[in-house]
Design a protein around this ligand. Structure first.
Ligand SMILES: [Zn+2]
Length: 194
């Protein structure tokens, strides 16, 4: 589950938690860890999450990772596997800079890598696609700096647990997908022996 989608769904559903999150989002602030974790906990308890869950975009800090670990233990679960996609900074900036987002459904496209069927229009609902502020080259560089400072230490946190696979993230979406699936299968096989 992508963190952003989870948040947007909750806000759209108008739940109490969604309303709490929206206050921060409207101010352009980060949603507090406690709210995010509560969102995950509720989502994890739904039947379609019984066999497993893929988290995307969370945790982004060591503090969040520790809280998440605690919460998973409480639910009798654990982080089985972490995939680290290794991509040079120049490639990252190019990818982010080409990203287009549908303001209506949140689906993302890429001008070169995953273009919409009709130029600059969402395949699902026909809404005109936009470049998010987050994806402009200057903002992209700043996000990379924040990532190196705050999120890279999360990798060390999980390396200590022996659950990280390093995957080459360069190349086409299909190429990277094949590598990710192979890494997860290898990791699950290793995890079963732990
Ligand atoms: Zn759309």
């Amino acid at each position: 589950m992508a963190t952003g989608d989870l948040l947007r769904n909750e806000v759209r559903a108008g739940t109490e938690l969604g309303r709490r999150a929206k206050v921060y989002m409207d101010r352009g602030e980060l949603v507090p860890d406690a709210v995010m974790l509560e969102l995950f906990r509720r989502r994890l308890e739904q039947p379609d999450c019984e066999r497993g869950v893929l988290l995307d975009g969370f945790p982004r800090t060591v503090a969040q990772a520790r809280e998440l670990d605690r919460m998973l233990v409480g639910l009798g679960r654990r982080m089985d596997h972490v995939v680290f996609l290794r991509v040079p900074e120049s490639v990252l900036v190019r990818r982010l800079a080409g990203r287009l987002t549908c303001p209506s459904c949140g689906r993302t496209y890429h001008v070169e890598l995953a273009p919409p069927k009709v130029n600059a229009v969402c395949d699902v609902d026909g809404t005109a696609l936009v470049q998010r502020e987050d994806d402009r080259p200057e903002t992209a560089r700043r996000r990379i700096t924040v990532y190196l400072e705050q999120t890279l230490p999360v990798l060390e946190h999980y390396r200590e647990q022996g659950v990280v696979s390093d995957v080459d993230g360069t190349g086409s979406i299909e190429e990277v997908q094949v590598r990710i699936l192979a890494a997860i299968e290898a990791g699950c096989a290793a995890g079963d022996q732990r």
